[in-house]
Structure formats: C-alpha cells, structure tokens
Design a protein around this ligand. Structure first.
Ligand SMILES: NC(=O)c1ccc[n+]([C@@H]2O[C@H](COP(=O)([O-])OP(=O)(O)OC[C@H]3O[C@@H](n4cnc5c(N)ncnc54)[C@H](O)[C@@H]3O)[C@@H](O)[C@H]2O)c1
Length: 261
C-alpha cells in the first residue's frame, strides 16, 4: 500500500525538475496526479509518464488556476494535496530590475502560490481535510546577491505558508520546502561552468548539489500522514550550505590540512 493511495494531488510546475520528480514519486505512492504547467507538451509527457492528467495554465492567472483546480475536483471528487511548485528566477542587481521583471518574479513565485492556495482551500475545507506544500527556496531566508526580487517572492511564500497554517488548521496542514542548490533545468546553465560550481560544491557540507528526487522525497513526507503533526513549517533541504560558517569552515579545513601534513 502506497503512502498516498488514491489521494488526489495537484502539482504546479509539474512538467519539469522538482515538480516532475514529485509527480513520479507521488504516483509511485498510489496518488492520482494532476500536472499543472504552462508548458503543454511537457505537462502532457509527464502526465502520461505517471498515468495522470495534464492541465495547461499560467499560475499567474488566478481564474485559470481556480477553474483547473475545480476541474480536478469535478473529475476525481476532491483535492487532497496541492504542491505549489511553479517558479522561475533571474539574476541581476536590484537597481537594474525593471517593472516587467519585478512583476514576473513576484507574480510567478508569490502570486502563483497564493492563487493555488486560494483555489484549493475552499474545496479542502468542504472535504474537512487537505495538505498544501509550497516550494520556497533557501533564498527566501538567505538571499544571494542579484536575486532580490526572487528572494523577496520566496520570503513571501514562507509567510503565506505560516498564514495558511494558522488560518486553516486543523483541517488543512500547510508546509513549505526550501531547497538549496538542486540540479534541474532551472539551474542547467551552471553545468556549463564547472570552474564556478566546483568551489561551491566544496562549501556544501554534503559536498554536492542536490537532485530533484531528494526534494521530492521531502515533499512526499510533508504531503503524507508521516508529517501529521507538522504545520506552518519550512523545511530547508540544502545539503547544509546554510549552516553558519559552512564556507569559512572549508577554507579553515584546507589550512588545517596544509599545516598538519
Ligand atoms: N533548482 C533549484 O536549485 C531550486 C532551488 C530553490 C528553489 N527552487 C524552486 O523549485 C521550484 C521548481 O524549480 P525547478 O528547479 O524544478 O525548475 P524547472 O524550471 O525545472 O521547473 C519549473 C516548472 O514550472 C513551470 N512554470 C514556470 N512558470 C510557470 C507559470 N507561470 N505557470 C505555470 N507553470 C510555470 C515551468 O514550465 C517548469 O515546468 C521553483 O519554484 C524554484 O524557484 C529550485
């Protein structure tokens, strides 16, 4: 018996990366999976892979998100789990972020999450239960340079998670995952610059970039009854890179190795 047997689940941004890995993981645990994505072909391919259904929409469009969520409920009787995962990033100094880029990053990452919660909550309240998992980022706690709009949006996702948990318990649990560096199409550009990324990997206590399956595993935990007494929390999944002094520690270790040999 799977951990999500017969559960009706929605994954936004389910056509790629962490969303796709979660779709595969949920399906392996017996879930009915609805893949929400703006990329129709990729969503259809993942839906076929997991025996689910694809819905093409832009998460920025609140009406489209609501009608797709209602479509899933009409087809399956209810919605048990929503994973608000669709997101996108951008790198540039704060003062060069123009209105268009600012609104894209806030709208996709933050408003998209809000739209999903607003659409699913009434159905979950009517059913008396439900679980929402949002995807933030380590950047929501610890911004890196040139990510101001993205980091602000992800900090907002963490706040929405806490608000949702307060307002909708005990019927609905709302939690959040905050990945560090994860190898997906979003970060594929980094693969072209190993000379930039290898030193970063050395500063991660687990000494490597994460993979999408490792995030999907945590999303499954937060979506399932294994986390039945957890709500309003954000679980950082970053190989330890956010530990204070993780970078300095590597430099000190190298010094130590040099002087002790
Ligand atoms: N990869 C990382 O290192 C990393 C780290 C921290 C957080 N995250 C977060 O994880 C989530 C997934 O990222 P990923 O790395 O799997 O990226 P990805 O680019 O592989 O997948 C993102 C998916 O979201 C979809 N999408 C984007 N904008 C959309 C919109 N407006 N409407 C509908 N669908 C949309 C894309 O089509 C794509 O299928 C994002 O929220 C991202 O911010 C990723």
């Amino acid at each position: 018996m799977g951990e999500l047997d017969g559960q009706v689940t929605i994954i936004s941004g389910g056509a790629s990366g962490i969303g796709r890995a979660t779709a595969v993981r949920f399906a392996a645990e017996g879930a009915v999976v609805a893949v929400f994505d703006r990329d129709a072909d990729a969503a259809a391919a993942v839906a076929q892979e997991v025996g689910g259904t694809a819905y093409t929409l832009d998460v920025r469009d609140g009406d489209a998100f609501s009608s797709a969520v209602r479509g899933v409920a009409d087809a399956n009787g209810r919605v048990d789990v929503l994973f608000n995962n669709a997101g996108s990033g951008d790198l540039r100094p704060l003062h060069t972020v123009d209105d268009k880029i600012w609104h894209r990053l806030i709208d996709v990452n933050l408003t998209g999450t809000f739209n999903g919660m607003r659409a699913a909550v009434p159905l979950m309240l009517d059913a008396g239960h439900g679980t929402i998992v949002n995807n933030a980022s380590l950047s929501g706690f610890m911004p890196t340079r040139n990510e101001a709009a993205y980091s602000a949006a992800k900090a907002g996702v963490i706040a929405l998670t806490r608000s949702g948990a307060l307002e909708y318990g005990p019927a609905i649990r709302v939690n959040c995952v905050a990945p560090g560096h994860v190898r997906t199409p979003l970060t594929a550009a980094f693969e072209h610059f190993p000379e930039v990324f290898e030193p970063v990997e050395r500063t991660i206590p687990l000494r490597r970039i994460g993979n999408a399956d490792e995030i999907a595993e945590v999303v499954l935990f937060l979506a399932s009854m294994r986390s039945s007494y957890i709500t309003g929390q954000t679980l950082v999944v970053d190989g330890g890179i956010s530990l204070p002094q993780a970078g300095t520690d590597v430099a000190l270790q190298q010094l130590f190795d040099r002087f002790s040999s």
